[in-house]
Structures are given as C-alpha cells and as structure tokens.
Design a binder for this molecule. Structure first.
Ligand code: UN1
Length: 517
C-alpha cells in the first residue's frame, strides 16, 4: 500500500531539508552534537514515526552558550545593513525551500499544506521586513537644555536571545524573532516545541548554511531540544537578557516569574480567547467565511483562532443557520491533500481536551448544535482527527472562559447596543485578537475606541486569525503583553542608550545646579 509519506513526497522534502531519521538536537550553526535522550516525532496525519531528535543536556547547553556568547562579539560589530544582507540571503533560501518546508510543517504539525506554505511565506515576509529595518534602527535626537551639548539615543543589541516556540506555528514564530534579533545584532538560541522538533532541525539547517557561506561564526543561530527542563536552562541563565516565549498562559507565567526573578526581560505571546462580534449590520457572507476559517483553520490550534461568536439577537438565527450549513461542507482528512479543509489535532492529548470541552459545555447547560466526534476508520488511524463542533452557551460558562486548543466554536447571543457585545468580549482573561463584523461606522469606531476591544489585535470586517507580519503581534492580560513581528517590535531586542556630548570648555550641570570648585 502507498503510504502518505510516499504519496505526498515527504521523503524528498526531508532530504531537501537535511532532516535524517536520527538528528542531533543541539547545534551551533553547522556544528551538531547532542547527548540527551531521543525525542520521537510522530505525524498526527498518519501516526507514523517521521524521525527522532536527540535532546540537549546541560553540558551540551553550556557549549551552546559559550559559542553564542563568543559569536555575539563578532556579530554585533557587523554594521546592521550587512546583517540585513545575511537575513536577505536567509529569506532567499526559504523561497527555494518553501515547498519542502511547507510540506514538513503540514506533515509534522498537521495543518493544511496551504497553511504550511503560508507559514513559510510569513518567514519570508518577516525577512524582507527585517532587511528594510536593518537600515532604520532609528533613535531620536533631543535638544539639550545646556549650551554646546548634544543629546541623542541609540540602540545596541542585547546579546543572546532565547526563543521558546510552540507546536502550532513550528517555523514562523521562530523567524519573527530571529529575523529581527539578527538585524538588531543579537544571536539566538531556539528551543522548538518537542512536538515538532524536525521543523526545528530543518530551519536550523537553512540558517546554518547561510552563516557558513558567509564565513560567520558558529553560534549566531543555535538550536536546543527537549521539554520544559531544557527551556529552564535558558530561563535561569543570567547570560540571556531576553527570553521570547510563545505558548500557553500557564507556561508563560512560569517563564515570566523565572526571568523576572533575575531581572531579565521576557516577551510573551500566550493564549487567546478570541471573539467575533456580529452586529445587525454585518455582511453575513463575509461573517461566515471569517468565522469558519477562524474556528477550523489549523484545526482551531492558532492563538488567534475564533473561539466565540457574539451575535446580535436580531440576526442570531440567520447567522447560526449559515454557519451550521457551512460546517456541512467541511472535509476533514489528510491535510496534505488539498481537497481537505481540516487536518488532525496535534496529538491524542489534544483530542481529550477537545472531548472534555464538549462535555463541559453540556454540563454547564449549553447545547451542542454541530456535534463533535473523534473520527475513526480509513485515513483516521492516527486517532487525532475530530469533527469541528459548535455549541451554544452563556458567556460566563467556565469552559467558554477557557482557551481550548481545538475546533470548538461557541455561539453567544447579545441584545441592545454594541457596547453589550464588547462587554462580553472583554469578559475573558485573555486579550489577543478580536473582530467586529459590521457596516455601521459608529459600531466599528466604538469597537476600536478606548471603550472598545481590550485586545492587542482588533479587526473590522475580517476574522480574528491570519494577521500580517507588518503589524505588532501580541496581546494583553493573560496573553502576556508582548509584541512580536512588525511595527516597532524590534525595540524589544535592543537596549536603548541615551548619550549626551558636551563640546564646550565649560561643565554646566543640568537643572541649573551650582557646584563651584
Ligand atoms: C500563533 O497562533 O501563535 O495571525 C500565531 C495568525 C498567524 C500567526 C498566529 N499569522 O493567525
């Protein structure tokens, strides 16, 4: 029988990406070594073992730290536009390997091939953005209050940046961080999710190639692998001034406390509980597309996935019928097959969380209107395929307040003005993404105003997921407050220095203080 890996060219993709059946999970540039236990990577697509990665031990990590610290000394002296040139080359390599990497993302993580390609495109986009930025790391100049003095600020790199990323965006989130950190003059150490370690190996190989081709030192890009204990090597290490962590709020709180305890900086991008408000003036067709993609895309495993629809009572039944009808069209199956809309969840633990959410919403008094199920039989042998489900409930149900990383959409009803919908939307602990569907200018502007959405992302007439790289990405409250990717997110990877230069022969003191000797 033809396996999925054969049929969809996985072996070829692994070869292009330099991913072997057993891989060293620790590397500094192209040097690879590892002395830890083997981590298995099973595909949620067909349950097959794709490959194994050796975890990083503390001794391995110490070598990485040494290489990273020493590489920083060289890298920081390269002018930023020259660092940009390296990132440009990295972006070009990603263009060459886009199909292979997109395929691996799809096979190892389970998102659709289209979304896998989209993720690699996000990496390419952030590289382009970073290249331009490498000539724009601007500080301000100020007018000094003292004669013959000049004041300005400049940005210097921080040093070693530690990156902890999640399984759901196994390649793009690393690139958001590294592309910016590199042009800023930092060096990076990355711990990818232990659920998608092969994506980490593939990306590190691509980066290492570029650094080696340019005769740059080992250690500008390093990879480590393992579970939270390996993450702790970084969070506890005072030589790492910034930890950028993406994942659950639970994990983020642990990282934040550990890093704050040594007065390090952390950049956190944590859970979301994203809602779309559907007002009486919404375009129903657009609402359906935005809501369905938001809820079932990546099988509901984006931080930005749509979890709640807050619908005005006057259009509630119309929207409900349209969405339930749209769910009937969904094809669930092998995500490499472009006929399917929805792939598997990452693993059977995620399946259990999905089942638990559906039980909980019923226990709380909610009603399932599109039934969920764990799919069985041919094509579903991995046990990770589930039916996207829809439930009606009340906003304050505990399970609706909670982020479940699965395709479960809750319909909530509001009455009265848009402010009532906004209140429901903001009632949750998380604050990542939000959206309103309306053609009414007053409602849209109210939603975006100071009395509106409390999220880091607030959209009008598009869904909650699928942000472009050009904007700052992240959110408030339990989402952790960090901003990655576009806009001025680069500043978090640098330290600001204020410089005052006196070019006179006098030494006047600020604030007019007299101190005569
Ligand atoms: C994430 O889920 O951690 O906005 C990142 C989006 C993607 C990134 C999601 N561009 O949906």
């Amino acid at each position: 029988m033809q396996t999925i890996a054969n049929q969809f060219g996985i072996h070829k993709a692994l070869k292009v990406l330099g991913v072997n059946s057993i891989n060293e999970g620790t590397s500094t540039g192209s040097q690879k070594f590892s002395n830890g236990d083997l981590i298995d990577s099973f595909s949620p697509v067909d349950g097959q073992l794709i490959g194994q990665v050796k975890a990083t031990t503390k001794a391995d990590f110490d070598v990485v730290m040494e290489k990273a610290t020493s590489a920083f000394k060289t890298w920081r002296t390269l002018p930023a536009p020259q660092r940009g040139e390296i990132v440009r080359q990295f972006g070009d390599k990603l263009r060459e390997k886009k199909e292979a990497l997109g395929k691996l993302v799809s096979y190892e993580m389970g998102k659709s091939y289209q979304e896998g390609l989209g993720e690699v495109q996000e990496m390419i986009d952030i590289c382009d953005f970073a290249v331009g930025l490498s000539r724009q790391l601007h500080g301000l100049t100020m007018h000094s209050e003292r004669p013959g003095h000049r004041m300005y600020e400049q940005y210097h790199p921080l040093g070693v940046v530690g990156i902890i990323s999640a399984f759901n965006f196994p390649v793009a989130v690393w690139a958001w961080n590294t592309a910016l950190a590199w042009i800023c003059g930092d060096v990076c150490i990355w711990k990818p999710s232990e659920k998608t370690p092969l994506c980490g190996i593939a990306c590190q190989n691509i980066a290492a190639e570029v650094f080696a081709e340019n005769n740059l030192p080992e250690g500008i890009s390093s990879l480590i692998n393992g579970d939270y204990k390996v993450g702790e090597f970084m969070t506890k290490d005072t030589r790492i001034p910034l930890i950028s962590a993406t994942g659950s709020t639970r994990m983020g709180k642990i990282v934040a406390q550990e890093v704050a305890g040594r007065l390090g900086k952390s950049l956190l991008e944590l859970g979301g509980n994203n809602a779309i408000i559907v007002t009486p003036d919404a375009d129903i067709k657009m609402t359906v597309i935005g809501a369905v993609f938001g809820a079932v895309g990546t099988c509901g495993q984006r931080c930005t996935s749509t979890r709640r629809l807050i619908i005005h009572e006057s259009v509630y039944d119309t929207v409900k019928t349209a969405i339930v009808d749209a769910y009937k069209q969904l094809r669930i199956g092998n995500p490499l097959d472009e006929n399917n809309h929805v792939g598997p969840l990452i693993d059977t633990d995620a399946v259990n969380m999905y089942k638990n959410a559906l039980d909980k919403v019923v226990e709380a008094g909610g009603k399932i209107i599109v039934a969920g199920a764990v799919l069985e039989g041919e094509g579903y042998e991995s046990g990770c395929y589930v039916k996207p489900a829809i439930a009606e409930g009340k906003p304050d149900f505990e399970i609706i307040q909670h982020e479940t990383f699965a395709p479960v959409l809750y319909l909530l009803k509001y009455s009265g003005g848009v402010e009532n919908a906004i209140e429901i939307q903001n009632q949750v602990a998380q604050g990542l993404s939000s959206a309103i569907m309306t053609n009414n200018l007053r409602e849209a502007e109210h939603f975006l105003s100071v009395q509106g959405s409390d999220c880091g992302i607030a959209n009008v007439n598009i869904g909650t997921s699928g942000a472009e790289i050009g904007g700052a990405f992240g959110g408030e409250k339990d989402t952790g407050g960090g901003r990655e990717s576009g806009s001025d997110a680069w500043k978090v990877y640098m330290r600001r220095q204020t410089n005052t230069i006196n070019y006179t022969t006098e030494l006047p003191l600020a604030q007019g203080i007299k101190f005569d000797l």
